[in-house]
Design a protein around this ligand. Structure first.
Ligand code: SAM
Length: 244
């Protein structure tokens, strides 16, 4: 059936692929992959042989229309990124929008993504939250963070290991060193770890232990005026969870 399937893939632990994702990857006419080598590795692991086409941020503007035409002509296409859910800080949005505009059916499978386990693992309220993805690297970064200082919802940021300390420093400066934060690294992998505490405490932790791996930073929202924060208040310094 002519359709675009959005297929999440594991963010570390290969067992996190869903049965439905495997079925779609097996049935699709071809797979659009952010990096064909990364996806070939996953397909080999799953015992699937399938044609792959490149679909990444450097070619998506040029190829999106021809992909939509191919689906409209009756093909079933699956889109994957290197890890997690396509469209979430990864290519996907442009193709989904184009398909919807052209009346092509889109079906998004639920599955792996880094933001949601980091949010739930933080212990901060997750009834309402905002996903900020990657901050601008240079221009506009400070202004962007300033605009979030009064945000009352829990905030989720993706950050490279090279900028984790800088990001925590900026957050402490703009949100105050007492604001609570939860930093999760290497989710679903062998060295998964979550460090929770005030921005000042978690900053000290990562100044002493060089950040390595992939990171999600979850920041508590500003407490409502006159209300106590709903976030955990640990008494003595940062609290660390490591996989056993
Ligand atoms: N599409 C992905 C998703 O659904 O989460 C995000 C892709 S984005 C290019 C990569 C960023 O996601 C990393 O820099 C990191 O911030 C976060 N990330 C991905 N895998 C992770 C993991 N296993 N642990 C912690 N963060 C991860």
């Amino acid at each position: 059936m002519a359709k675009l399937y959005i297929v999440p893939t594991p963010i570390g632990n290969l067992d996190d692929i869903t049965l439905r994702a495997i079925a779609v990857l097996r049935e699709a006419d071809f797979i659009l992959a952010e990096d064909t080598r990364t996806t070939s590795f996953l397909l080999r692991h799953l015992g699937i042989e399938k044609k792959l086409r490149s679909h990444h941020k450097f070619n998506e503007h040029a190829t999106v229309q021809s992909v939509a035409e191919t689906i409209a002509a009756g093909r079933c296409v699956a889109l994957v990124s290197d890890a997690g859910t396509p469209g979430i800080s990864d290519p996907g949005f442009l193709l989904v929008r184009t398909c919807i505009e052209q009346g092509i059916e889109v079906e998004t499978l639920p599955g792996a993504t880094a933001a949601i386990p980091a949010l739930v693992q933080s212990g901060f309220p997750c009834d309402r939250f905002c996903f900020e993805g990657f901050l601008p690297q240079k221009k506009g970064r400070n202004k962007h963070l300033q605009a979030l200082a009064d945000e009352e919802r829990t905030m989720i940021f993706y950050e490279s290991p090279y900028r984790v300390v800088k990001c925590l420093e900026q957050l402490a400066e703009l949100f105050g060193p007492e604001r609570r934060v939860s930093v999760s690294r290497e989710l679903t992998k062998k060295f998964e770890q979550t460090v929770r505490g005030t921005l000042a405490e978690v900053l000290d932790h990562f100044r002493a232990a060089e950040p390595k791996g992939e990171f999600v930073i979850v920041v508590a929202g500003r407490p409502k005026p006159g209300r106590r924060s709903e976030c955990l208040e640990e008494a003595d310094g940062p609290q660390e969870n490591r996989k056993q």
